[in-house]
Design a protein around this ligand. Structure first.
Ligand code: NAP
Length: 498
């Protein structure tokens, strides 16, 4: 069950949000009365409540906004019990001072905004002895292993336990809490109004992660990166999983480079079935993989892992996706070409990072004469040597015409949407212009290319294709590309509004 925390300054806003949530199927809310800016009227908040509530009044030391005396806080919590609140949240140091009464259930909680304590079991044992109906532990995750320790504690507990790790390293515990056996997880009313670090919105929890459908049998996939919060892969993969009716979830794992080793060695504890791998792990991951497909060996980077009984297997879906995207664009207009072959003979790739390397490699494999150019000349030279193609200086990129232009830099990406890596005066109608940037889909480069009469391929096309190949590797079936495309477009549109 998803418990949505409501923290508003005025009673009428709390009541309105409560009603809105209940009308939308939410079955439990947390009323954060410490957010209310006037004298708290518990009776008013509980009377005619449209769904059950947890009453919580948090001090500043536990991330709350309560500024009055501790006596006043205890009185408020006792009043909530007398008024028949469904649950009250009592921190471990006050649990013994607020006696059980009536039907109100007691959530005995502990918060640690600095760390996840080494001995969680001992802490849990102590909280459970404080006449707890539910134990709640919320601690800061500084290491991905903190998440595992927390989920394992939840799973092993006899007393119902909500165990959550805070911060963006801790996000997986919020999504997987119910799968581990927690009675509920916490989410916010709105994405941008978080009450604890790493919280996510209830709609995202319900619609993207399908929290209530996850069970102990649900297979766990995800994207591992640092940072990871901006990744749109969870939106795309979870939408395709839901549409295909597959019992699996795709979770964002923020794992710093120095913790990657341990994260991978703990894969069986989650257990992880498959991962997308992105910055900064794409190259480092290779030393842990027993099997590498041909593209991984050639490119020297992987973006997809599977976990099997005989070790980790690595795949690279970026290069194939880039080439497939170009081929599809060409096929759409094949009446223009009549020799049946790849009509693109020469290509200029802008950038010399992971995406540029995969694209350059994929195009070269198709027999295209590839040139790379990068702001940092040495990086372009290195890729040229590895791929077996040419490199030109960044300042010379407009000098020669090419059949195909590929932007593999972040130039033009949201929020810098007024930038382009290539001057429009040098675009020619015969060029095929491919921008790997997918947010926004119509970058300035794409718009100017269309205006110049060029054929265009967007980063959305490549993103969906690389995700679709991953999906096939993991689940053995093709996803619905339209579902992925629409999920990506919805997510990029809402990111721009935020
Ligand atoms: P990366 O490894 O960080 O490489 C970025 C490259 O862009 C580097 O060569 C960098 O040059 C260059 N660059 C950065 N800012 C620049 C600027 N202002 N002017 C000129 N060059 C600049 O990143 P990556 O993984 O290759 O990803 C690059 C882009 O590809 C991403 O931003 C993303 O939009 C896109 N991408 C799309 C997909 C997809 O599926 N559609 C997949 C992967 C990536 P320096 O070395 O000089 O910094």
């Amino acid at each position: 069950m998803i418990c949505v925390s409501i923290g508003r300054g005025r009673h009428r806003h709390v009541i309105a949000e409560h009603k809105h949530l209940a009308d939308n199927g939410v079955r439990l809310v947390e009323l954060r009365v410490d957010y209310i800016q006037r004298a708290v009227q518990i009776k008013r908040l509980l009377k005619d409540r449209p769904c059950p509530v947890i009453v919580t009044c948090r001090r500043a030391s536990e991330g709350g906004r309560w500024e009055q005396s501790e006596e006043a806080r205890l009185l408020l919590l006792r009043t909530a019990i007398v008024e028949g609140a469904d649950y009250v949240d009592l921190e471990d140091d006050i649990a013994a001072k607020v006696p059980r009464y009536g039907k109100t259930k007691r959530i005995v909680s502990h918060h640690d905004f600095g760390k996840t304590p080494a001995d969680l079991t001992l802490l849990h044992k102590r909280l459970a002895t404080l006449d707890a109906d539910i134990v709640k532990i919320a601690t800061m995750a500084n290491h991905p292993t903190d998440n595992l320790r927390m989920l394992e504690l939840v799973h092993a507990s006899k007393v119902p336990t909500v165990g959550i790790c805070m911060g963006d390293i801790g996000t997986p515990t919020r999504i997987l809490a119910g799968r581990a056996g927690a009675p509920f997880t916490f989410a916010t009313f709105q994405e941008d109004r978080v009450m604890a670090p790493g919280q996510i919105g209830w709609r995202q929890m319900r619609d993207v992660y399908r929290y209530d459908a996850l069970t102990a049998k649900t297979r766990v996939y995800g994207v591992v990166a640092d940072p990871v919060a901006h990744s749109l892969s969870p939106v795309v993969h979870n939408a395709a999983l839901a549409a295909a009716g597959i019992d699996a979830v795709y979770v964002p794992f923020r794992v710093p480079a120095e913790q990657f080793d341990q994260f991978l060695s703990n894969a069986p504890r989650w257990p992880l079935a498959g991962l997308s791998v992105t910055i900064p792990h794409k190259e480092a991951v290779l030393r842990y993989c027993r099997h590498q497909d041909d593209l991984v060996k050639a490119i020297g980077a992987a973006n997809t892992l599977t976990f099997g009984p005989d070790g980790i297997a690595a795949f690279n879906t970026d290069a194939t996706a880039a080439v497939e995207s170009l081929e599809a664009a060409i096929a759409e207009q094949e009446q223009v070409f009549n020799d049946g072959g790849m009509p693109v003979k020469t290509a200029l790739v802008l950038g010399a990072g992971g995406a540029a390397r995969a694209v350059a490699f994929g195009l070269k494999r198709k027999g295209i004469d590839v040139t790379v150019t990068s702001r940092t000349a040495e990086r372009a030279d290195k890729i040229a040597a590895e791929v077996g193609c040419k490199a030109v200086a960044w300042n010379s990129r407009h000098r020669l015409p090419y059949d195909c232009l590929v932007n593999a830099t972040p130039v033009g990406m949201h929020p810098n949407v007024d930038e382009t890596p290539y001057e429009k005066d040098h675009l020619r109608p015969y060029m095929l212009v491919f921008d790997t940037v997918y947010n926004p889909e119509s970058t300035l480069l794409i718009k100017e290319a269309r205006a110049a009469g060029c054929r265009t391929v967007t980063g959305v096309e490549m993103f969906v294709r690389q995700a679709a190949i991953q999906f096939r590797i993991w689940h053995g079936v093709d996803p619905d590309p339209q579902v992925m495309r629409e999920a990506l477009k919805r997510a990029t549109a809402s990111a721009k509004l935020a």
